[in-house]
Design a protein around this ligand. Structure first.
Ligand code: FES
Ligand SMILES: [Fe+2]
Length: 439
C-alpha cells in the first residue's frame, strides 16, 4: 500500500511539473507574439495611442470638467510616520497644534459661497452647516436659489433633510408645514387658517460665479455691497474645480495674496518635479517659477487687488509668462484673471468657514472654448500650487503681531483692510470655540 501511494504521488509530481513547463511556455509564447506584433505594427499602435490620448484630453477638457479634491488630513502631514498608525499620528499632530493667541473673529461679515449652482437643481434641497449656522438651501420652480434657517419653528425638524420644494415654498418633512418665499408659513395640513407670525428666518442670498452665496453679518445689516455676475463666468465654458479643506483661520487664506515674500519661497519649485528644488544644479534645466506681486486696496472699501507676474524660467529664458490680476471681493471671494500667450482664463475662489478654524476652499476655472485644454490643465496646476500653501496653513499658528520686515509691508496693509469685515458684535473666537453647538 505504501509503495502504491509513493508511485501515485510520484506520478502527480511529474504531471504538475509538466503543467508548469507548459504554462511557462504558453506565457513566453504569448509575450513573444505580442512583442513581435508590437514591433511589426509599431507606428500603427503609436498612432492609436496618440489618438486615444487626444480624445481623452478633448473629452476631459470639453465634456467632463476636472474635479480634484483633497481631504483635511491629505496635505501637510508627509513628515509623520507612515504605516498603520498614521491616522493616529495625524490626529495627535492636529490636537497638539496651537493656533496662536488674539485670533480675529472666525466669521467676518460678507458674502460666502454655500452651494455650487450645479449641485442645486430646480426642486433641489441642500443642507449646509457653515458660519456657525445650520442652513437649508433650496431652488424653487422659478429657478431662484433661497437660503433659510434649517430648523422648523414648529417642532424643530431640519427642513434640508427630507424637506420638499413646492413651487417656491419649502415643506417641512415632519408635519408638512409649508413656508413661502419670505419665510412665512403659508400652509398647515388640516388647518384652514394659518396663525399669523409663524415664519422661518430667510437669509439674503445671490447666485453668481457658479455658486449660491449667503450674506452673513454679525450686526444683522442688509448686504453692504452686491456683486454682479462676471462676464467671463457667464460667457466662457466651465473647465472644472479643485476643492480643499484647510485647518486655519479664514484671514490666513486671502493674506497669502499680500504675502509677496512667500511666492518665491513656496511656489518657485517646478510643478513638473520637485527634483529641481532638492538639487539646485538641476533648477535651470528643469525650470522654475519666478513671481513678483503687488497688493493694493481697490476703489470701493470692500475691494482689493493683487497684480502678479509669473515666469517659468529654463536656462534664463522665460518660456511661459503669465500675468494674473486677482480681484478680492470682500473676505471670501476672489476672481483671478489669467492672461498668457495661449489665451485668457479665470479662476473663481471661494472660502467658506465650515467651523471657526476649518475653511472649505473651492477654485472653479472658466475659459473660452478654444482654450479649454489649458483651462482643464489649470485646475490641476493651480491645485498643486495651492497644496503647497495648504501644507503650511494646516500646521502654522496665527501670529497677531508679526516681526514685519520691509517686504511684508503688504501684509500689514492687508490686515488693516481686512479688519473692516469684523464688527462690534462679531462672535469672538473664544466664544465660537467654547460653544460651537447650541446644546
Ligand atoms: S416640525 Fe416642521 S412641521 Fe412640524
Ligand atoms: Fe501661496
Amino acid at each position: 500500500m505504501a509503495i502504491k501511494d509513493f508511485t501515485e504521488n510520484g506520478k502527480n509530481c511529474q504531471e504538475t511539473k509538466i503543467d508548469k513547463i507548459t504554462l511557462i511556455n504558453v506565457i513566453f509564447g504569448a509575450i513573444f507574439t505580442v512583442l513581435e506584433f508590437a514591433f511589426k505594427y509599431f507606428k500603427l499602435l503609436l498612432l492609436i495611442l496618440i489618438v486615444f490620448i487626444v480624445i481623452y484630453v478633448l473629452y476631459k477638457s470639453y465634456c467632463s470638467p476636472v474635479f480634484y479634491s483633497k481631504e483635511l488630513s491629505d496635505v501637510g502631514f508627509d513628515h509623520l510616520p507612515k504605516g498603520k498608525d498614521r491616522s493616529f499620528h495625524v490626529i495627535r499632530a492636529q490636537k497638539s497644534r496651537r493656533f496662536g493667541s488674539k485670533l480675529p473673529p472666525p466669521y467676518p461679515n460678507g458674502w460666502f459661497s454655500l452651494v455650487e449652482s450645479r449641485d442645486l437643481k430646480v426642486g433641489g434641497v441642500v443642507a449646509v452647516n457653515a458660519l456657525g449656522l445650520n442652513l437649508c438651501v433650496y431652488r424653487g420652480e422659478d429657478g431662484t436659489a433661497r437660503v433659510v434657517d434649517a430648523y422648523c419653528p414648529h417642532l424643530g425638524a431640519n427642513l434640508a433633510v427630507g424637506g420638499n420644494v413646492y413651487g417656491n415654498c419649502i415643506e417641512c418633512p415632519f408635519h408638512l408645514w409649508k413656508f413661502g418665499e419670505n419665510g412665512q408659513c403659508v400652509s398647515i395640513p388640516d388647518t384652514n387658517t394659518v396663525p399669523k407670525g409663524i415664519s422661518i428666518k430667510t437669509h439674503p442670498s445671490m447666485e453668481i460665479d457658479g455658486s449660491v452665496w449667503i450674506w452673513y453679518d454679525a450686526e444683522g445689516r442688509p448686504p453692504l455691497w452686491t456683486v454682479d455676475e462676471s462676464n467671463e463666468t457667464k460667457n466662457w465654458g466651465y473647465r472644472g474645480r479643485n476643492e480643499f479643506y484647510v485647518n486655519a483661520h479664514i484671514q490666513e487664506i486671502p493674506e497669502n495674496g499680500a504675502d509677496v515674500a512667500h511666492l518665491n519661497a513656496v511656489h518657485s519649485a517646478s510643478l513638473l518635479t520637485d527634483v529641481g528644488h532638492k538639487y539646485q544644479f538641476l533648477k535651470n534645466i528643469i525650470g522654475h517659477h519666478n513671481w513678483s506681486a503687488e497688493w493694493s486696496k481697490g476703489e470701493a472699501d470692500h475691494l482689493a487687488q493683487i497684480k502678479i507676474a509669473h515666469q517659468y524660467i529654463i536656462m534664463k529664458y522665460d518660456v511661459f509668462p503669465i500675468d494674473v490680476t486677482a480681484h478680492q471681493i470682500g473676505p471670501a471671494h476672489v476672481r483671478l484673471y489669467f492672461s498668457c500667450p495661449l489665451g485668457p482664463m479665470i479662476i473663481i475662489q471661494s472660502v467658506t468657514p465650515v467651523t471657526p478654524l476649518l475653511q472649505k476652499v473651492v477654485h472653479r476655472v472658466y475659459t473660452p472654448n478654444y482654450n479649454a485644454i489649458l483651462g482643464a490643465a489649470l485646475v490641476i496646476m493651480e491645485a498643486y500650487q495651492f497644496t503647497r500653501d495648504v501644507a503650511i496653513w494646516n500646521n502654522k499658528r496665527y501670529v497677531s503681531s508679526p516681526a514685519y520686515v520691509k517686504s511684508d509691508k503688504n501684509i500689514r496693509a492687508f490686515r488693516t483692510w481686512f479688519s473692516q469685515f469684523y464688527s462690534e458684535t462679531s462672535l469672538s473666537m473664544r466664544d465660537a470655540m467654547q460653544s460651537p453647538y447650541d446644546w
